[in-house]
Design a protein around this ligand. Sequence first.
Ligand SMILES: Cc1cc2nc3c(=O)[nH]c(=O)nc-3n(C[C@H](O)[C@H](O)[C@H](O)COP(=O)(O)O)c2cc1C
Length: 182
Amino acid sequence: MNILGIAGSPRKGGNTDLLLTEALNSAAQKGGKTEKLYLDDLKIRPCRACMVCKSEGVCAVEDDMQTVTEKVKEAEAVIVATPVYWFSCSAQTKAFVDRLFALLAPDYSSQLQGKKGALIAVCAQGDPSVLIGVEKLFADIFAFNGMDYVGKVLCPGLLEQGAVKTNQEALARARDLGKRLC
Ligand SMILES: Cc1cc2nc3c(=O)[nH]c(=O)nc-3n(C[C@H](O)[C@H](O)[C@H](O)COP(=O)(O)O)c2cc1C
């Protein structure tokens, strides 16, 4: 199983990053081939809605998303990991998913069809309902693309960078997610 982890927080060693690492390491232990991309290290401009991808089959915006798109196409499973920023995903994560629009054919069939998708999301507030928006966002995105939404780790109550290190239950759920992907 070829698993691509999309790290959507600018904080390396932050909560989403640690949970994603836990999931990827656990998948690797089960024989998965894993890779993690830090979106914040990459230049991924927002979608311009030029629709060139629909007429030409490729995105007209030339930046790092070309490489990311190839890795997404090669992956059998994609784990998206994002912090909650204002009840949604981070801007880095939103730019990434918007640019995946280029993988939709003119009839809106998707090149992501049949891939596995999983979500890791964290927020500072202790109220789990804060994560509902992000969860629905990715449930809808995975479903629209014909992906198999295999699991999620949603973790409220994490404010400081690395706070999840003491949350053994969340780390265990991340490991379980990694195992289930393989
Ligand atoms: C710009 C910004 C917006 C945020 N918005 C929310 C929010 O709406 N609700 C919330 O509970 N936490 C919010 N947070 C807190 C982060 O979700 C929280 O600190 C999280 O643990 C960060 O994850 P990371 O360590 O992976 O970067 C926000 C943080 C930032 C920087």
